[in-house]
Design a protein around this ligand. Structure first.
Ligand SMILES: [Ca+2]
Ligand SMILES: [Ca+2]
Length: 391
């Protein structure tokens, strides 16, 4: 490939949602929500909303005047509420992958963005996640910005299933505001920050465009992992990070710690290394330096600060480094990961974060206290992975 040209300008559990979407795909097979494993009788009950049942009860009583029938319906309502209560204790919403291909400018770029979107679509299928691909080529007569806003507005805001938003295209930065180029009006980082405000689901926002670093600073927050392909808005050349990341997310070779699954951190590290190799191979100065933020401070950590899957360099500002949370996020989960219940997974994540914090504080603690606290955490972590049938 020749030199790339500079860019031009550069639930609360919601039964109705679940029913409309055909149920959760976040919990395939062993992790199917409890409500999906009930008998068909119970399943049919839980597909009704509470308003549906109230209305049906009223109509039924009025037409039959049958006390026994009303009693039967009351029992059905009680059963439904009972099942709903059980299921709500494990709030589940399937993960969603929204990939947006931006305005390509040139046909060659359009093809590349389409290929990347196809890889994300394939990864989403492998994860039994729902995918929505907003293609620039399909938006010839529509406003792609409005299309994205509506798509985000329609997404559930609560639940354990993550929302992955992947921007594949070109970007620009005017010194104040970064933009992702769409067909029609462009997307600013401020627009996106506003639209994502109401989400309480885990969020993964990936902007693979040039000049994308300001998106990371603007969108960072609690329960979010944000990736950018550049470390500043002024890295304006076409960025290759998007291609390498799209390949890495479903690539077993990217499984750095060999646990049978590729975490978001591992995909980021693998893609970043491949970007660096590309520029080295071509004998060119790298014009993109990807960043990851998962501790919500808006300060990204580059891949070359990691040894294995752990960031080991010290920030000049003393800012905490990123990576621990992103290494807990997997689009395609291994069987062992799928076997964990949402409650177990949440506890596992807490324990791993506690271990990472403890390791960072090691130098400030007496050795005996450090190992005593570490042992307690490791023992509980080990128990989470014990076979369920073990005594
Ligand atoms: Ca792994
Ligand atoms: Ca950070």
């Amino acid at each position: 490939m020749g030199l790339a040209p500079l860019e031009r300008n550069g639930v609360k559990f919601d039964w109705r949602v679940q029913r409309d979407r055909g149920g959760s795909a976040d919990f395939p097979s062993a992790r199917m929500p409890c409500c999906r494993r009930k008998t068909s009788f119970i399943s049919s009950l839980q597909c009704l909303t509470r308003a549906d049942i109230k209305s049906a009860l009223h109509n039924f009583a009025a037409t039959t005047k049958s006390v026994s029938a009303v009693l039967l319906m009351v029992i059905m309502v009680v059963c439904n509420l009972f099942v709903a209560t059980i299921c709500a204790s494990e709030i589940v919403v399937q993960p969603t992958v929204i990939a947006v291909t931006g305005a390509p400018g040139e046909e060659e770029f359009g093809k590349q963005f389409e290929e990347q979107a196809a890889l994300w679509e394939k990864a989403a299928r492998g994860a039994s996640a729902r995918s929505v691909i907003l293609r620039a080529k399909d938006a010839a007569e529509t406003n792609q910005l409005a299309q994205l806003e509506k798509t985000l507005r329609d997404e559930p805001k609560d639940g354990a299933g993550g929302l992955w938003l992947v921007l594949l295209g070109h970007g620009t930065f005017d010194g104040k505001e970064a933009r992702f180029n769409l067909r029609g009006p462009d997307l600013t980082s401020s627009d996106l920050a506003e639209w994502l405000k109401s989400f309480r689901r885990p969020l993964v926002v990936i902007n693979t465009a040039s000049s994308s670093a300001p998106f990371l600073a603007k969108l960072a927050g609690t329960n979010r992992v944000v990736l950018s392909s550049t470390r500043s808005g002024y890295e304006q050349n076409y960025a290759r990070f998007g291609q390498y990341l799209s390949e890495a997310i479903g690539d077993a070779q990217a499984d750095i710690d060999k646990d049978g699954q590729v975490s978001l951190l591992e995909a980021f590290l693998t893609a970043s290394h491949r970007v660096a190799e590309f520029y080295q191979r071509e004998g060119r100065l790298a014009t993109e330096h990807p960043l990851i933020d998962d501790n919500g401070d808006g300060q990204g950590t580059p891949a070359d600060w990691f040894r294995g899957v752990r960031a080991v360099k010290k920030s000049a500002t003393g800012a905490a480094l990123d990576g621990v949370r992103a290494h807990q996020v997997h689009l395609i989960r291994s069987q062992a990961e799928q076997a964990l219940s949402p409650t177990e997974r949440a506890r596992r994540d807490e324990l791993e974060l506690a271990i990472a914090t403890l390791r960072d504080a090691k130098a400030t603690l007496p050795e005996a206290e450090y190992f005593q606290r570490l042992e307690i955490l490791l023992l509980e972590l080990g128990r989470l992975y014990e076979p369920k049938s073990a005594p």
